[in-house]
Design a protein around this ligand. Structure first.
Ligand code: FES
Ligand code: FE2
Length: 434
C-alpha cells in the first residue's frame, strides 16, 4: 500500500446518520460516523479499554459508544465517558483512539493514509472522471485478492477474448457488437474470438495519471475492432471508455489479501436524449453492474487467484510491448513507495522457475563466498593491528621497567653514597628503598 495518498474507502451513502459504520481498510479496522452537525469522522475501531470493536457500538450525541462497557469517544478521539467510574471519573489522556483524515468527494469517502501533515494535499481526480456529465450507478464488493493484481486486470483488456468468453451472457457481445447484419449476427462469436491483437497503442504520462489508448482488433480484418481509452490514476483508480461502456473503478486494499472493488458505471450517452427519466437511464448501468459483479468480475478474480506471486511488483511479470501501461504502473508504484520510505521490493519474493532459482542460488553462493573472504580479510587486519598494539604495549612496559630499574640502581647508589644504608644487608636495602 502506497502511503501518503488519498484512498476511496466507501461511498458517502454507506455511512448513515444514526449508527456507526464498521469497516476494514488498509489493514485497519475502522469506524465511521457522522456527528450532530453531519461531519464525517473516521477512527480506529479498537476500543483501548479491552479491545472491542466500536463499529458494533452506538452513537450517543457527539460521540461513539463502545458496545462492551459503554466508554464513549468524541470526534477528536478523546474518551469522554467511562460509566463504570461514575460521572466524575478522571479520564486518563491515554484512553483515546486515533482519528484519520477523511473527505467526501464525488459521492465517495476518501481516507488520507499517510503521515500527519498540517496541510493535506487536495484529492486529485483526472478530468475525465471529475467533470463527467453523465449520471451513474455505483456498486461495491470485496474479493480475496491483492489489490495490485486486481488493478492490473484492468490495465489491459486483451485478456477478454480468453477470460470472458463462452458464458451465456456473451451472446449479447457476440451478436450486437461483433455480428454482422449480413449474417444476422451469427458470425458474432467467431468475430469476437478473432479480436486478439493490440494495435495503435499509445501511452501518455501526466504526473501520477497514466493514459493509454489502443485498438483491440482482428489481425486479418482490422475493421473488426474495439477502441479503448484507459486512464489509471494513482494510487488505485482505473477509468475505461469503450463504445459499449464507460466505467470508473477504485481498488481499495482491505488488507494485503483482500480488496474492495468500487465500480461506477455511467449511463449511455445515446440514451440521454431518448429517455427523460434519470432513474430509468440509471437502470441500464445498474444492470451492467449486476452482471459485472456476478459474471465478468468472477471470471477475472478466478484468474487472479491463480496468479503467482500474489502481489505484483518489479520482476513479478515479463511484460511485452503492449503491456506498457502495466509496466509503467509497476515502475511508478515502486517509485512512490520509495519516496514514502517503503522498500518496493519487500514482502513476498517473486516466484522463480527452478532454472532461475538455481541461477539465483549460484549467485548467492558466490556472493556469500565473496562476503566471507572479505570478512576474513577484515578479521586478519584487525588481528594484525591488535598484535602490533600488544607488541607496542609490551615494549612500553619493558622500557618502563628498565627505566625503573635504572632509577632504583641510581637511588641505591646515591643512598649508599650518603651512608644511610651502609652496613645493612642487601634485602634490607631493597625494603628500605621500597
Ligand atoms: S472494551 Fe470498550 S468499553 Fe470496555
Ligand atoms: Fe476482465
Amino acid at each position: 500500500m502506497i502511503p501518503n495518498q488519498w484512498y476511496v474507502i466507501l461511498q458517502s451513502k454507506d455511512v448513515k446518520k444514526n449508527k456507526p459504520t464498521k469497516t476494514r481498510r488498509m489493514g485497519q479496522n475502522l469506524v465511521l460516523w457522522r456527528d450532530l452537525e453531519g461531519n464525517l469522522i473516521c477512527q480506529e475501531a479498537r476500543c483501548p479499554h479491552k479491545g472491542a470493536n466500536l463499529g458494533d457500538g452506538r452513537l450517543k450525541g457527539n460521540s461513539v459508544e463502545c458496545p462492551y462497557h459503554g466508554f464513549r469517544f468524541n470526534g477528536q478521539g478523546e474518551c469522554v465517558a467511562m460509566p463504570c467510574m461514575g460521572s466524575d471519573a478522571r479520564i486518563p489522556k491515554t484512553m483515546r483512539i486515533k482519528s484519520y483524515p477523511v473527505r467526501e468527494h464525488l459521492g465517495l469517502i476518501w481516507l488520507w493514509w499517510g503521515e500527519d501533515r498540517a496541510v493535506l494535499p487536495e484529492i486529485e481526480v483526472p478530468t475525465e472522471v471529475a467533470d463527467i456529465p453523465l449520471s451513474h450507478a455505483t456498486m461495491s464488493w470485496s474479493r480475496p485478492v491483492n489489490y495490485t493484481r486486481y488493478i492490473e486486470s484492468t490495465l489491459e483488456f486483451y485478456h477478454i477474448t480468453f477470460v470472458h468468453r463462452d458464458n451465456w451472457f456473451n451472446t449479447v457481445d457476440y451478436v450486437f457488437l461483433h455480428g454482422t447484419p449480413r449474417k444476422l449476427g451469427l458470425d458474432g462469436r467467431r468475430r469476437y474470438l478473432a479480436t486478439t491483437k493490440i494495435a495503435n497503442n499509445h501511452l501518455e504520462v501526466d504526473g501520477h495519471t497514466l493514459r493509454y489508448t489502443y485498438d483491440h482488433l482482428d489481425e486479418d480484418d482490422p475493421s473488426n475492432a474495439n477502441h479503448y481509452e484507459v486512464t489509471f490514476a494513482f494510487p488505485n483508480m482505473t477509468h475505461v471508455v469503450t463504445k459499449q461502456f464507460e466505467v470508473t473503478a477504485w481498488f481499495t486494499p482491505i488488507d494485503e489479501d483482500n480488496t474492495e472493488f468500487i465500480l461506477r458505471w455511467y449511463e449511455f450517452p445515446r440514451l440521454k436524449s431518448a429517455l427523460r427519466s434519470e432513474r430509468l437511464r440509471r437502470l441500464v448501468p445498474a444492470v451492467g453492474l449486476f452482471f459485472e459483479k456476478w459474471i465478468q468480475d468472477m471470471q477475472d478474480v478466478r484468474m487472479i487467484q491463480g496468479q503467482t506471486p500474489k502481489v505484483s511488483r518489479r520482476g513479478a511479470s515479463k511484460f511485452v510491448a503492449v503491456d506498457e501501461l502495466n509496466a509503467k504502473y509497476v515502475q511508478m508504484r515502486a517509485q512512490l513507495l520509495r519516496e514514502a520510505g517503503v522498500d518496493p521490493d519487500g514482502g513476498e519474493a517473486p516466484e522463480r522457475t527452478p532454472g532461475e532459482a538455481a541461477k539465483v542460488s549460484k549467485a548467492k553462493v558466490l556472493q556469500a563466498a565473496q562476503e566471507a573472504a572479505a570478512a576474513e580479510a577484515r578479521l586478519a587486519e584487525v588481528k594484525a593491528v591488535e598484535a602490533a598494539q600488544a607488541a607496542q604495549a609490551a615494549d612500553a612496559a619493558e622500557a618502563a621497567e628498565a627505566v625503573e630499574a635504572v632509577e632504583t640502581a641510581e637511588a641505591v647508589e646515591v643512598a649508599e653514597a650518603d651512608g644511610h644504608l651502609a652496613g645493612r644487608p642487601a634485602a634490607a636495602r631493597a625494603t628500605a628503598h621500597a
